[in-house]
Design a protein around this ligand. Structure first.
Ligand code: ASP
Length: 581
């Protein structure tokens, strides 16, 4: 038997008993005639004591232990004179009479401590050592518990977890597919699923009625910060439902998770905001509502007063930062630099101080009177003491800039507290998205998303204005989930493919199986998928999803531990009938 207890288990009540423990040497200290070893496993740390006076040989053996050696120790549990209040086992220690070295260890390349001295790259290279550290391990324990609770909730609601294949054909989630060459069918390729979308729809046609799966998805996208080429979704689908049913069901899941893991009771229904309002008031489709500071359009108010910069643009908009009217010139310059960054690309920042005494002082006083500025303030619901920040330009770009500026101000003012949560549904997304480059429409969500019936008449005259039965779930400015009610009518689906620029042959080639299935009694259905990694990261209070994935890829999509991707041997290429150009 390697152990009778774990290293997190023993308490003062156990004093006098014998124990055998196993684990890793966290650290060893020699103090006079005594040697103290902190023995670690996933459950905690227990102090081992070796005494030169009573057992010289054993103590000398203990003095040779290095960091991360794997050992087994047997001894008597005794009360510590010098108690450690910081750990649960801190009242006791083990007076060791038998020590077994199960394995030695090289000196680890970084310290296995909560605050390690290792940078991210080295920790990723030795991820198995990184995973010995509490913060990383705890995040993965949370992940495991969250997956379990998701399953409990959905199982309780009669959802059936069903696996779907990984070697498939292209799925239309708007990214590139990862592909796998087939050896048996030379020159042919499988694609890895960007999501199980078509399979879950087929399961509805099969009559499964409520499906879910905690599932890996693969998307070959350009690497943006904190994206993983493979990631995990809680993927769900339901039949005989409308949008309201879906929102209610999964609002229930979200509330259950908040209660279970954060002890937060959301007693009210989550806010619903239209896509249009989200874009106009917050500048993006995943507003962080932990704070307000919404955007207001000022275009009509500011034009034709002789200020050329505002007169020459499509859109002028502003936010009002609370209690910032006394910002120094330097602070305002820093904000100006922020909006001039290439990612935002504003040409400048106009500001208005709404002074505590009710007067205004702006960077455009030459063009605007106190009355003018007062009207701006009213439009923004600004209060004395606020600092109004104004951007101008094309509507799309300016709203994006204001969105970034709003989030920056939220961070500066400490309004984005990680322990505070705001959740909402964004609804009524447009069905289509015009792509300038290819000069055609793309599905904003995916091609199976149904248009709102009341907008269908726009299909020929103004397709861009058609709204979809599509929704996103947003927590603290992160898109945590998204889904839609699907088209379940063959004819409408064909129309949609046509609108998206597929020829009937292309549509048939790619989705013929689904179109066929629609001929055999497809029920009304819809679903949603949640980004599990991001949700865990949010609950763990970390910014990076890498922290909640056991073996993540780095920002360049590389696994630096196993060194992947890597080249294939010539033999393997030949077998697959492939040539690298
Ligand atoms: N398949 C969609 C996605 O991955 C989710 C859904 O529509 O259910 O975004």
């Amino acid at each position: 038997m390697y152990r009778t207890h774990t290293n997190g288990e023993l308490r003062i009540e156990n004093v006098g008993e014998q124990t055998t423990l196993s684990g890793w040497v966290q650290k060893a200290r020699n103090l006079g005639g005594m040697t103290f070893v902190d023995l670690r496993d996933r459950y905690g740390i227990t102090q081992l004591v070796f005494d030169m006076d009573t057992n010289k040989e054993l103590c000398e053996k203990a003095r040779k232990l290095g960091r991360e050696f794997v050992i087994q120790a047997t001894g008597k549990i005794s009360e510590r004179s010098n108690k450690n209040k910081n750990i649960p086992t801190g009242d006791i220690e083990i007076i060791v009479n038998e020590l077994n070295i199960l394995n030695s260890s090289d000196v680890p390349p970084f310290t296995i401590e909560d605050e390690s001295d290792g940078g991210e790259e080295i920790r990723m290279k030795y991820r198995y050592l990184d995973l010995r550290r509490n913060p990383i391990r705890n995040a993965l324990f949370l992940r495991s518990k969250m997956a379990l609770e998701v399953r409990k909730y959905l199982d309780g609601m009669n959802f059936i977890e069903t696996e779907t294949p990984v070697l498939i054909k292209s799925t239309p989630e708007g990214a590139r597919d990862f592909v796998v060459p087939s050896r048996m069918h030379q020159g042919q390729f499988y694609a890895l699923p960007q999501s199980p979308q078509v399979f879950k729809q087929l399961l509805m046609i099969s009559g499964f009625d409520r499906y879910y799966q905690i599932v890996k998805c693969f998307r070959d996208e350009d690497f943006r910060a904190d994206r993983q080429p493979e990631f995990t979704q809680i993927d769900c689908e339901m039949a005989f439902i409308d949008q309201e049913d879906i929102l209610k069901m999964f609002e229930g899941l979200a509330k259950y998770m908040f209660k279970t893991f954060k002890n937060i009771d959301f007693t009210e229904a989550f806010q619903r905001m239209s896509y249009q309002e989200a874009m106009e008031r917050y500048g993006n489709d995943k507003p962080d509502l932990r704070f307000d500071m919404a955007i207001s359009e000022l275009t009509g108010l500011v034009q034709n007063k002789g200020f050329q910069v505002f007169d020459s643009v499509e859109y002028v908009g502003a936010i009002s930062a609370p209690n910032c009217s006394e910002y120094t010139r330097k602070q305002i310059d820093a904000l100006t630099d922020f909006v001039k960054k290439p990612q935002i690309g504003a040409t400048g920042l106009v500001f208005v101080r709404y002074n505590a005494d009710g007067t205004f002082k702006s960077s455009v006083d030459k063009f605007y009177s106190q009355e003018d500025l007062k009207m701006w303030a009213e439009k923004l619901n600004a209060k004395a003491g606020d600092l109004i920040l104004v951007l101008a330009g094309s509507k799309k770009k300016t709203l994006t800039g204001l969105s970034e500026l709003r989030l920056e101000m939220g961070s500066i003012l400490g309004l984005r507290d990680k322990n505070k949560f705001s959740a909402l549904w964004v609804v009524d997304f447009p069905l289509l998205d015009w792509d300038e480059e290819s000069q055609r429409f793309h599905a904003m969500h995916h091609p199976f998303t149904s248009p709102k019936p009341e907008d269908l008449h726009l299909i020929d005259s103004n397709p861009a204005a058609i709204r979809a039965n599509a929704y996103d779930f947003v927590i603290n400015g992160n898109e945590i989930g998204g889904g839609s009610i699907r088209i379940h009518d063959n004819e409408l689906q064909q129309k949609m493919f046509k609108l998206l620029g597929f020829t009937p042959e292309e549509a048939n080639n790619q989705f013929g199986f689904l179109m066929n299935a629609f001929k055999y009694g497809a029920p009304p259905h819809g679903g949603v998928a949640f980004g599990f990694d991001r949700w865990v990261a949010l609950f763990q209070g970390t910014d990076s999803i890498r922290d909640v994935i056991a073996f993540p890829k780095n920002n360049a999509g590389r696994d630096v531990m196993i060194d992947s991707p890597s080249v294939l041997a010539d033999d393997q290429l030949k077998e697959l009938s492939l040539k690298v150009l």
